[in-house]
Design a protein around this ligand. Structure first.
Ligand code: NAD
Length: 595
């Protein structure tokens, strides 16, 4: 494959990429080839002009069986169509939040820019032939925001509106989330621009395997760039750019480890793992560490599917146990009771939302409203999330779970569903998608606490409106939704060690506890049979995972509250400050800033 194209210096160059290395590019003819390989990878365009190829394909890319109007509304899941014009896109939104926190950090401005910028981004375009013979051009994206720690980590989503700026913004959030949760990874994010509802499962499998392999083909070229690396070292050639490209591998257990996200699940992760292992498993003993959120039969971990939702619950519980937070939210009288009796509304009844709801309800909270993409229902007597999930599994929606006549309110259609966000409640859990609260609806939100279970669901303008108006407290995404990432880290460690948590020590722990109980009984102590059995039981993998998760969220929640109170800033700014300082320190000690 040979793809040619110019490479230029100029104020607009690299705008798309937000690439950290851009200012350091050396002049070398190889850069255009390398850039083409890196940024837009067309594995089938051998001997073709890239533009012509794309034109040919785009003529028949639109899904022919969908009417045009439906194609447009399909974009709603990204939220952009309902977003007021003045709201920034996701990447700019991240930068705005970052800048708001950065003013409280005593670090050189250039170094702050370095932490903020995206390291590398990849766009893959490949043709896909459907059963009916129609050709689609599928676009896939992956961004590595920061490689200060490797591997990078972040979700893989299916979304009809995903684009490069979105994955860059999401990857940046992941970098901060890793730092907040003390997970030693850089941040990444990726996705395939499709609506999974339009494709058969077999077709999705082919797309995912093709996307993974497409990235792997890129890896094969790394041999070429490694040669350049050697030449650079030996002869001091000015190959700064290709030298950077030698590092541009986009998947691998030590490079970048995707996990499930919006629209994807453990099956999709299984396809990715299998594709990778088939190609590299022979040489790489840790090949299954290439993705997390895998099925347990493929080395996945117990508790991953609950992890993000459970983490949301832990975070909410911790923030609501703090008097300063509860006072700001106007809930001071409920400090001791925490979630008991508190009403909550949930947007997004998917993997994250469902598990968050289950744990909040189990600890005394009352689910009074819930929505998915198609429908929102309000029922103040309280909704049982487990029964609702059974209904959703059967019908595909929360619609019809309770008869309309019994509901307090029902919202149908994508333009009406957002009204659920404006209902009276103590806590609003946002577990659907980004930019759901914006300057167009924030003033009508009545919740006292907003929890960001999704990534980036509240825009900066909405945050200003919510906080300045009624003193609503926002628990930021990089703390509240870090549970999935944390357990993914545990899963990655499990893949490296190839052994289930607790397997080696369970019996030993049971034995040591038995010795202690017997010693206690020898001196006249007694213990009833039920307690004895509970104490004696060694931990299962699930026990270990959940205790590690709880510890991580408790620590990050309280350090966020501490920074917020110390600097007199909101919780998001505090979480960003903590994260940026950690990332900067890590880069400084690695010497990256001197490059
Ligand atoms: P999912 O696809 O399983 O569920 C998303 C749910 O939201 C679906 O029920 C969908 O119908 C609903 N939805 C989408 N748009 C909506 C809208 N505009 N209004 C109401 N409901 C809407 O996805 P998920 O894995 O639960 O992820 C949800 C969010 O959490 C995403 O933003 C994702 O990035 C974030 N997140 C996920 C994980 C994870 O481990 N899955 C981890 C961290 C963050």
């Amino acid at each position: 494959m040979l793809v040619a194209g110019g490479s230029r210096f100029g104020p607009r160059a690299g705008r798309l990429r937000h690439c950290r290395i851009a200012p350091n590019l050396s002049v070398c003819s190889i850069s255009s080839l390398a850039a083409s390989l890196l940024w837009t990878h067309h594995p089938r365009e051998v001997g073709r002009d890239a533009k012509n190829w794309q034109k040919e394909c785009t003529g028949s890319t639109m899904p022919s069986r969908l009417p045009r109007a439906r194609q447009i509304t399909r974009g709603l899941s990204g939220g952009r169509q309902f977003l007021p014009q003045e709201e920034p896109r996701l990447l700019e939104m991240f930068k705005e939040f970052y800048d708001r926190a950065a003013v409280y950090i005593d670090i050189d401005e250039g170094e702050l820019e370095l932490v903020k910028g995206c390291d590398a981004a990849l766009r893959v375009t490949f043709p896909f032939k459907r059963k009916d013979g129609s050709i689609h051009v599928i676009q896939g994206y992956r961004a590595h925001h920061s490689r200060h720690r490797l591997p990078t980590k972040g979700g893989m989503r299916f979304s009809p509106t995903i684009d490069l700026q979105e994955v860059e913004g999401m990857a940046a959030l992941m970098t901060l989330k890793c730092a907040v949760a003390d997970v030693p990874f850089g941040g990444a994010k990726g996705g395939i621009r499709i609506d999974p509802r339009d494709f058969h499962e077999k077709e999705l499998e082919r797309i995912v395997r093709r996307f993974t392999t497409g990235k792997l083909l890129l890896l094969l070229f790394s041999f070429f760039f490694k040669c350049l690396l050697v030449l650079t070292r030996v002869f001091s050639f000015p190959f700064a750019f290709p030298l950077e490209l030698a590092k541009k591998s986009f998947i691998g257990p030590g490079v970048d480890v995707p996990g499930p996200d919006l629209g994807t699940n453990s099956t999709v992760m299984g396809w990715m793992a299998d594709t990778y292992v088939k190609l590299f498993g022979k040489e790489q003993i840790h090949a299954y560490g290439v993705v997390t959120g895998k099925p347990s039969e493929m080395g996945g971990i117990e508790g991953r599917k609950e992890a993000t939702g459970l983490g949301v619950y832990y975070a909410l519980r911790e923030f609501m146990s703090d008097a300063s937070v509860m006072e700001k939210a106007g809930l001071a009288e409920h400090v001791g009771t925490n979630l008991v009796g508190r009403s909550f509304v949930l947007q997004g009844f998917g993997k994250v939302g469902y598990h968050a709801a289950v744990y909040i309800v189990r600890s005394g909270g009352k689910l009074i409203g819930v929505s998915d993409r198609k429908c929102g229902i309000m029922y103040k007597q309280g909704i049982d999330p487990e029964a609702l999930m059974l209904h959703k599994a059967e019908t595909g929606s929360v619609d019809g779970f309770i008869a309309d006549s019994e509901l307090d309110a029902v919202f149908r259609g994508e333009e009406n569903v957002p009204e659920l966000l404006e209902q009276e409640c103590d806590v609003l859990v946002l577990a659907a998608s980004q930019q759901q609260l914006h300057c167009g609806n924030a003033a009508r939100v009545k919740a006292k606490i907003v929890v960001e279970a999704a990534n980036g669901p509240v825009t900066p303008m909405a945050e200003d409106i919510l906080e300045s108006g009624r003193g609503c407290v926002i628990i930021p995404d990089i703390v509240a939704s870090a549970g999935g990432l944390t357990v993914s880290y545990f899963e990655w460690l499990k893949s490296l060690s190839n052994v289930r948590y607790g397997r080696l020590t369970k019996k030993w722990e049971e034995h040591s506890k038995l010795v202690m109980i017997e010693a206690w009984e020898d001196i006249g102590g007694s213990i009833d049979e039920q307690k004895r059995r509970r104490i004696l039981q060694g931990p299962s993998e699930l026990d270990i995972v959940f205790s590690g998760l709880a510890d991580s969220i408790i620590v990050s929640s309280h350090s966020t509250i501490e920074t917020s109170n110390r600097l007199g800033i909101n919780l998001r700014q505090a979480a960003y400050v903590n994260a940026i300082v950690k990332i900067h320190d890590s880069m400084k000690h690695a010497g990256f800033l001197l490059a």
